[in-house]
Ligand binder design. Structure first.
Ligand SMILES: [Zn+2]
Length: 213
């Protein structure tokens, strides 16, 4: 499968030297994707065939890169993880063969690297509460304003309460009779309605409100 041909792409950008492995059918395609990933111009991206990683994706690719000395930021705390441990900035010889022993602490999940199981669990909790809030705000909105059409939703965190991050969620939707979209944050007493739709919104939402117990 040509799509699983591996390339090492690198570039010098403002943040320093970037380097990664990606899969593409041709050197040009690899350069294009590298430029996109590094957020830079194609001219500054160097591309080299890297057959030893052909066909490796997800966790397998991440483990192989770690074993060859690549470092990855922890997907939760951002500390750079190397196979030999944390933040050992020793210019590892990434082209050397021979598997090195993995650090007992770090782990890989869905291709993402975590410095520890604590960070992995914390990240999974964040993702879970994001999804719960995303579903929650959609369910609440649909129940509150039957007939709306949800066009966008998120479980974003807004601020903090006394105990933990408060994740409330936000939706955008269209409503019968309205021309623009409306946005609403879960638990908020207010909606954002475009000026041209204020009358249509009143006509739509006020009768619904009077039905509430
Ligand atoms: Zn971490």
């Amino acid at each position: 499968m040509t799509a699983l041909r591996a390339w090492k792409v690198s570039a010098e950008v403002d943040d320093g030297d970037m380097e990664t492995i990606l899969h593409a059918g041709s050197a040009d395609a690899a350069r294009q994707r590298g430029a996109w990933e590094f957020n830079t111009d194609e001219e500054v991206v160097a591309v080299k065939r890297y057959p030893r990683f052909d066909g490796l994706v997800g966790n397998a690719l991440t483990y192989a890169m770690l074993a060859l000395g690549w470092g990855f930021p922890c997907n939760k705390c951002g500390r750079v993880v190397y196979d030999s441990g944390l933040e050992e900035d020793d210019d590892s010889d990434w082209e050397s063969d021979g598997p090195s022993l993995p650090s007992p602490r770090h782990l890989v999940r869905h291709g993402d690297v975590y410095c520890s199981s604590e960070c992995c669990i914390a990240r999974l909790r964040e993702l879970r509460s994001y999804r719960e809030n995303q579903w929650g705000v959609v369910a609440d909105a649909v129940q509150r304003w039957p007939g709306i059409e949800i066009t966008d939703s998120s479980g974003l965190t807004f601020g903090k309460d006394a105990h933990r991050n408060q994740v409330v969620g936000r939706v955008e939707f269209r409503f019968p009779g309205g021309r623009g979209s409306v946005s609403w944050c879960r638990y908020s007493p207010h909606v954002n309605v475009q000026a041209r739709d204020v009358e249509a919104w009143e006509a739509f939402a006020v009768p619904l409100r009077s039905l509430e117990p």
